[in-house]
Design a protein around this ligand. Structure first.
Ligand SMILES: [Zn+2]
Length: 299
């Protein structure tokens, strides 16, 4: 059995998996860890719960928001009080076993590449479209960690000048400290900003998509802008890693037909060659714990 844990800023989800990564028991607890010590205590408490359910100490994989130095296990995360701390090593000492750890978007990509929507592909881009935009890359079912855990972190690439010029897009400040990142216009809040430019203020992404399908011209224009920007983002990724499959996750991946719509938008600008497959996640939110557990064997 394997233990997978998805550690977020406000909750920790833990799941016990069998040897084929089928979920056996799952629970989610609210956390409000103000200090690093509290965070360690919370994670250790959940690891003990997994052990109790398994009847023995289980291997533990952890996904968390932010970057993890996979050589040292040190974390860089704005949502948890762990930046610069040797989180993985401290957990190894407290739990007395090996602990695998990675960015939560990487766990998503790993899970979807193995038994998920990207199964059977050679190079998979897992792209999470939610409050933020992140992702991960798997090659032959294994994570590509790179030099700094960065492969797939596409949200903070800059929107191309040709899009800004053609569509008169605003260049907005981003949470990363720079301006003009894709995340400012293709995340959930970004899509709402695009809708505002077409006269639809305070519209949620599901509402924008529903109105566009119902024939609302302003919201249809919003969807075209959003899909056009995403297609440019995919184009950059294609020219970098030349993936054969893109798996969409996060809240915006639940927009009906979004994978087919993006395939169509990307088809309009892609280079000649074999087509890229687009799919929405198979495991959805559960990919966080599933991919974390898979870190123990497939990274
Ligand atoms: Zn940014």
């Amino acid at each position: 059995m394997y233990g997978g844990m998805d550690v977020g800023g406000t909750k920790i989800e833990s799941c016990l998996f069998d040897e084929r990564f089928r979920p056996l028991e799952r629970r989610r607890v609210d956390t409000a860890c103000a200090t690093y010590e509290e965070l360690l205590d919370c994670i250790v408490g959940e690891a003990r719960w997994l052990d109790a359910r398994a009847g023995r100490a289980v291997g533990l994989g952890i996904g968390l928001p932010g970057l993890v130095d996979h050589a040292t296990g040190r974390a860089l995360t704005s949502n948890l009080p762990a930046t610069g701390r040797p989180l993985r090593e401290d957990l190894v000492v407290r739990l007395g076993r090996s602990v695998a750890m990675a960015n939560d978007c990487k766990c998503f990509a790993l899970s979807e590449a193995n038994g998920g929507a990207g199964d059977g592909g050679e190079t998979i881009l897992g792209l999470i479209l939610g409050t933020g935009v992140g992702g991960g890359v798997a090659h032959h079912g294994r994570l590509v960690l790179g030099h700094n855990d960065l492969p797939g972190e596409l949200g903070h690439l800059g929107i191309p000048g040709r899009c800004v010029a053609a569509w008169g897009l605003p260049i907005l400040p981003c949470g990363c400290g720079r301006v003009g990142c894709y995340e400012t216009l293709v995340s959930g809040p970004g899509m709402a900003r695009l809708a505002g430019r077409h006269g639809g203020t305070d519209r949620s992404p599901p509402e924008i998509a529903r109105l566009a399908r119902a024939g609302d011209e302003a919201m249809a224009a919003t969807m075209r802008d959003w899909l056009g920007l995403l297609a440019e983002l995919i184009h950059t990724a294609q020219c970098t890693i030349d993936m054969d499959c893109v798996v969409l996750g996060g809240g915006l991946s639940r927009i009906p037909e979004v994978a087919a719509m993006l395939a169509s938008a990307y088809g309009a600008l892609r280079m000649p060659g074999r087509p890229t497959r687009f799919a929405s996640a198979r495991f959805g939110d559960a990919s966080g714990t599933r991919g974390a557990a898979m870190l123990l064997t497939r990274s």
